[in-house]
Design a binder for this molecule. Structure first.
Ligand code: NDP
Length: 412
């Protein structure tokens, strides 16, 4: 049905590329392009070796996604129908701009964040709406798990189970163990920036700010049990309260273990989470001292375990869902919809751990929705603005089955 280009060759892109190849009736041609072409080649070969697509059929390319001209040249040469942006949030705007200049549709999993400021919001990407609409191109924003599936769960609840959603709590638990003292489950730089920010939630028509990780409580997750869960700011809250104005309170919770938080504390206290440049005396290739500028958090990323390599010894599962309270036919009801994903099963299928899997699979399904013409609408859209039903159906078929609890105790 269409040609796809995947930008990025990290954990999420690896899973998405596997799933795209598993659905070759929908994705007729595949290209993987990233900063390091060798990584794209390794990934393409691994997928072809599994017999998912013919050997030599996945194209690869080197591209700097910070550079609009390079992207446009690649898009004009390959002529994809859709670009799946699975690089980093820093590249969202350049990739969207290149899509507009070369007539390519767009999908991503994380909203734009400037490199020099740990701050994310949708305004930068929503500003592209008119241009995508006029160009007749579709841009699908936030199509991972959270944002992504959690937003679609909310849309599904609004469509089938509530007249009015009033309280929304998104709960994200990683009850896995990778047997490392400290590691992040996706790009360490992006992950640490997200967690060390102030918390934020929506209540009675306005944002309420908290200190980082200030609010926490134990929540019980299916098949996992109670886990201390911390209130964070998360991007899908911003679009969900706009698209569902009946919501009185919307919050996002994520679990962290004591060991993880202890390391995070030390990282912050010793200045390793800084995102400003510092001068450092390194050794040049000629063996002589040379002054270089480094960003401590980027340096830390270079020494931390690579999230892509956690899969082999990862045990346990993730459990992510939406706990919703609202009205149906004048009566109050609760609804909990969630998925549990085993790190081991994810690794056996794609070579990646569960966090990359739960992001890469929805990215592929979103791309499939576009290719099938089900989510094709000129403009820039968050996923909850499309019909959730065909997406929910595919979640069950593509490895992320969901479960529902009606009128249970939400604990929140
Ligand atoms: P990784 O760091 O593993 O992968 C990022 C990839 O992007 C790497 O291959 C990297 O290249 C490539 N890249 C970075 N900069 C550029 C550039 N300028 N030009 C071209 N390629 C570039 O990250 P993840 O796979 O863990 O995460 C990918 C995305 O998914 C992120 O945006 C993250 O925020 C998002 N995410 C979303 C979630 C959700 O549920 N919605 C959950 C988890 C992640 P190289 O290999 O050379 O470094």
């Amino acid at each position: 049905m269409g040609k796809v280009i995947i930008i990025g060759a990290g954990g999420v892109a690896s899973v998405a590329a596997h799933k795209v190849a598993q659905n070759s009736d929908v994705f007729t041609e595949i290209m993987i392009a990233s900063r390091t072409k060798a990584k794209c080649d390794v990934l393409a070969k691994a997928i072809e070796a599994k017999g998912l697509v013919p050997v030599g059929s996945i194209k690869t390319a080197k591209v700097d996604a910070d550079n609009v001209e390079e992207l446009v040249a690649l898009f004009n040469e390959y002529k994809p129908d859709l670009c799946m942006n699975l690089a980093l949030p820093y590249q969202d705007l350049t990739i969207m701009e290149a899509c507009l200049q070369s007539g390519v549709n767009y999908l991503d999993t994380a909203n734009y964040e400037p490199k020099d400021e740990a701050h994310f919001e949708y305004s930068w990407q929503w500003a592209f709406k008119d241009r995508f609409e006029k160009a007749g191109l579709t841009a699908i924003l936030g199509c991972g798990f959270d944002p992504g599936v959690t937003s679609i769960y909310t849309a599904y609840a609004a469509k089938h189970h509530f007249d009015e959603i009033q309280y929304l709590d998104i709960v994200d638990c990683n009850a896995g163990d990778h047997h490392k003292a400290f590691a992040t489950n996706f790009n360490p730089e992006i992950n640490i920036r997200e967690i060390t920010q102030k918390g934020l939630y929506w209540e009675n028509g306005k944002w309420v700010e908290t200190e980082p990780l200030e609010i926490h409580k134990p929540l019980t997750y299916p098949e996992v049990g109670p886990k201390e869960s911390y209130l964070l700011h998360h991007e899908e809250i911003e679009s969900l309260v706009k698209n569902y104005p009946t919501i009185k309170r919307a919050r996002f919770w994520m679990t962290f273990g004591e060991q993880y938080l202890k390391h995070l504390d030390v990282i912050q206290n010793i200045g390793m989470s800084r995102i400003d440049e510092i001068e450092y005396e390194a050794t040049g290739l000629d063996g002589k001292p040379v002054k270089v500028k480094i960003v401590p958090l980027q340096f830390l990323k270079a020494v931390l375990p690579n999230p892509q390599e956690l899969g082999e010894n990862y045990e346990g599962q993730t459990s992510i869902g939406c706990r919703i309270r609202g009205l149906k036919d004048g009566k109050e009801h609760t609804y909990y919809v969630y998925n549990n994903c085993s790190h081991r099963a994810a690794y056996e299928e794609t070579g990646m751990q569960g966090v990359s899997y739960t992001t890469g699979v929805p990215a592929m399904i979103g791309a499939m929705m576009f290719m099938k013409g089900l989510w094709k609408r000129p403009g820039v859209w968050n996923v909850e603005e499309f019909d959730p039903d065909p997406f929910m159906e595919q979640l069950n078929k593509q490895g992320l089955p969901w479960h529902e609890i009606h009128d249970g105790d939400l604990e929140l």
